[in-house]
Design a binder for this molecule. Sequence first.
Ligand SMILES: [Zn+2]
Length: 185
Amino acid sequence: MSMVVTIKLIQEAVLRPHQMHQQLAGYDADTIVYQLITLLINSNCIDETTLKYITRFFTPETFQMLVLQRINNKRCGYPLCDKPVSHINHSDAFSLINTKTSYFNKFCSDLHMKSTSFLQAQLLTTPLRERVGIHLISNYDIDKFQRENIMYNNIVLFEEYIREKTLDQDLDSIMKSLETLEFQI
Ligand SMILES: [Zn+2]
């Protein structure tokens, strides 16, 4: 049994030893990412807020490492998901013909393949050690975080995008690019 990942767990198990400085040393930043990946290989984020919180620690490259590790562990690559990867049912040739198969063995569903690509496309490329102060627990105010959705957290999840049917042009352009983008592994 592994624990579902919460913001509290991340702060106490991963971030607590790194509260001395505003800016992380390279080694400390690497340790945080490694520990987050380790937590999320055998578990998943408890909710959307937690997933959005962890995005502040990832670049597109390190996020891809997380996704690949989950897939290697036969979990859906999307870190919010608690399901296994999907499997092709060879006895049902008809469904194979009619189903986009690119997500099989990587994600539980086409939806979560898109959710993963959509999230990855928004992540900052700035190295974690240059993201000053984002790991400090004392800087974190959950009400502010949820209300303002700012400070290295200007991230919209695919689920939110669908729910809110936003007309934000940046997001629409991400969506358009996903039409042709397969998740590369
Ligand atoms: Zn999934």
